[in-house]
Write a protein that binds this ligand. Structure first.
Ligand code: 5GP
Ligand code: MG
Ligand code: MG
Length: 179
């Protein structure tokens, strides 16, 4: 385990099991369709890579980068598009792929935008969900794991752009925040 990590929340094996389960559900629900999977950068890239390997139907991939966090561990409630999609979503079945759903501010803004652009359907798949933190009414159809209100890193999730490369999800030692 990395020296800055206090404890593990999800092991690499648990994550793979979760990707398999979610991939099977999505395969069943989107059989015969051609969904556009939209990965929200940068946190979702590891999850997206493992999830789509478990989806057994045609999928197309796109990316969006939005920011709601500004370096720390608390959301500011403000969402800005840093990178937009390269294709039209009109009439498409969309699957938004997120690392973690917390207040819901980020996904709510993205869903509103994609509805405005006339997507046919929009569903969310999130690896992690912190339902206790929700501020706006939004739910993901596909949820990997519900976790308590603690700041996690690893498997795409960062603290000040670090720890995204860890193959598991964990909690940071207190001293890392005070460094
Ligand atoms: P929301 O808009 O739902 O409050 O926040 C969603 C975004 O905040 C996530 O996509 C993620 O980038 C960031 N975030 C929320 N909780 C955590 C957490 O526990 N750890 C990390 N590293 N990022 C988080
Ligand atoms: Mg994210
Ligand atoms: Mg972040």
């Amino acid at each position: 385990m990395h020296n800055d990590i206090k404890s593990t929340v999800l092991t690499s094996e648990q994550i793979q099991e979760t990707c398999k389960r979610l991939g099977q559900e999505i395969t069943k629900d989107y059989d015969g369709k051609n969904p556009l999977c939209i990965g929200i950068l940068k946190g979702s890239i590891l999850f997206m890579a493992d999830l789509i390997k478990n989806i057994d139907t045609h999928v197309e991939l796109e990316f969006m980068d939005v920011s709601s966090y500004h370096g720390g561990t608390e959301s500011t409630g403000e969402v800005k598009i840093l990178k937009d999609l390269d294709v039209s979503v009109e009439g498409r079945d969309l699957i938004i792929i997120e690392d973690i759903l917390e207040t819901g501010t980020t996904l709510n803004a993205i869903v509103d935008l994609l509805k405005y652009r006339k997507a046919k359907s929009i569903e969310i798949v999130t690896l992690l969900d912190k339902p206790m933190r929700r501020k706006v009414e939004i739910e993901a159809k596909y949820v990997g794991e519900k976790i308590p209100d603690e700041f996690v890193v690893g498997y795409g999730l960062d603290y000040q752009e670090r720890y995204r490369n860890l193959p598991y999800i964990g909690l940071l030692k207190e001293e890392v925040y005070t460094k």
